[in-house]
Ligand binder design. Sequence first.
Ligand code: BGC
Length: 452
Amino acid sequence: MSMTEANQPKKDWRFILIAIVAGLGGLLFGYDTGVVAGVLLFVNQVFHFDASMKGLFVAIALAAAAVGAAFAGALADAFGRRAVLIVAAVLFSAGAILSSVAGTIPILFLGRVMVGAAIGVSSMITPLYLSEITAAHWRGAIVTINQFYITVGIFVSYLVDYMLSGTPDGWRWMLGLGSVPGLILLGGMMVLPESPRWLAGRNFIEKATAGLRFLRGRQDVSEELGDLHRDIVEDSRRAAPWSLLLTRKVRKPLIIGVGLAVFQQITGINVVIYFAPTIFRDAGLSSASGSILATVGIGAVNVIMTGVAMRLLDTAGRRKMLLLGLYGMLTSLVFIGTGFLIQLHGPLTYIIVGMVAIFVAFFAIGLGPIFWLMISEIFPLAIRGRAMSIATVANWVSNMVISGIFLDLLLIIGRGPTFMFYAAMTVLAILFTLWIVPETKGKTLEQIEDSL
Ligand code: BGC
């Protein structure tokens, strides 16, 4: 048993600092993706967007996120996790301010591209950094804190959208407010140390020791350092060229990571997150404000259930929760699809609203946090950065495709079949999980690597 488990450190101010500061990457991710739903209504009028420009406005940040995530892994392996997160924080703040003062479409889009790239980078590096600086015992909780912050960011963006929708030029504030957590993240990353794992891998042993002491709050970290070292030596014995991704050792975790990435998106979560007001209006809620308020409610359910997941993941286990979440998502999707097919109306439309809330709740205890958690756990250190990049890029590309075609899908095949399609994808996700996803609860990263 390693030091990390035998001698569990107490939760103290360091734990809280890590949780707050590094988690801000997640908050910005949530805020900046969620906020477009409201912003779209207004920029639309100012810049006279047609439908395809609207689509482009949403997609451009998602595309930049995919590119950001593609380069983040290699950059984080080369320059360290902390340096890359600092650059992301600068991009978040600068992009938010630029888009908020934009007078022309190119400047508006440039700001969104900067923010999108930062989202992509931090969506990958934040869980990686958190999993590396956290003792095994807390890992499930601290990495899901990232997912928690994503949901808080989405919720806050809905609230801000709701509160500013009556203000002249409110959309500028909606976009610009993203700079505040960006600046806090920047300040916090100045205080936190570089990942000791990464430092030890580069042979900066003194810095790695100092970082571990800071993080664990005690003098003697020699055993944990020993564990780290063994792992690193082991990994470096086999050099880590890109071709390592094709070896048996990496193939299985890669299938798991990319599979979960794609299933997280093609089961339809962001159709709800980005288009909930539209779905509710289509379902029959008469007023726009009622639809937006229902959306705020969905945001709250997402936050609360992610909080529940954080409490459960290290005791109940990831695989069980993932399956439970998927069964719940499947059931609610079938209800939503059926509700649209039989055209519920009057007060019965609230069944659809309720089922959307249940869908989000089950996503939040399963596929939401567990995808991000698993991709920070299952890859060998030597290739972890790059492998996580691949899974994260797959996640953003699937997100872009699914969100991009949603409105067209509604027009072409209709609402009921569209949700039945997400239900069918959820069945595939269940089969995939039963087939290949392992339990990683309570294991050190080294043990997980061995078991795969
Ligand atoms: C997903 C996002 C999604 C969010 C919703 C995350 O895990 O990656 O695409 O918007 O959960 O809470």
